[in-house]
Design a protein. Sequence first.
Length: 182
Amino acid sequence: MIKRFTVPLFILPLLALLLYRCSDSIIEPKIENNLIRNPSFEMNSDPSLADWFVNMPSLVNFTNDTPLNGGNWALTIDVLWGIGNDVISTVILPEGTHIYKFSFWSKFSTKPGFADIDLVTQDSTSQISRINIDSESWKNYSILDTITSSSEDSLQIKLSGGFSNISPGKTYFDLCTFELLE
């Protein structure tokens, strides 16, 4: 009878210690590591585009339709009959080669948009990656990338409603993060 209770009492603390040690090796960046200022398009519970540049303000709106934990406001960007309906945040990068994680919540209505990561150097701007929005329900998108930059380089996060000369639509964005992992 005593042996039946002794084995579980020995295994449970060992299992708890093992789980505790494994959790130390998982990289979970905190929201305070976010290099994007104003990631949720609001300040003091009011809609805000502070720290974001808007190419075409008439195509950008706010909505109370937000993802879980998205706060009070999300951004919508309308489809345009050409290129240029971007909302852009510029991030200053530390010098050297680092691993970054870009993530955001998004969905679309009728016609999807996308999010770009562009590296801006003294001589040029080059696209590092593009994430196409593929869901009509709120979905979390993320990408890991290794970026090498010099002290003069910056990064642009571009959110777009997409473009079409046939159908209207809009893309929703919220909770944008760009985190330095390593």
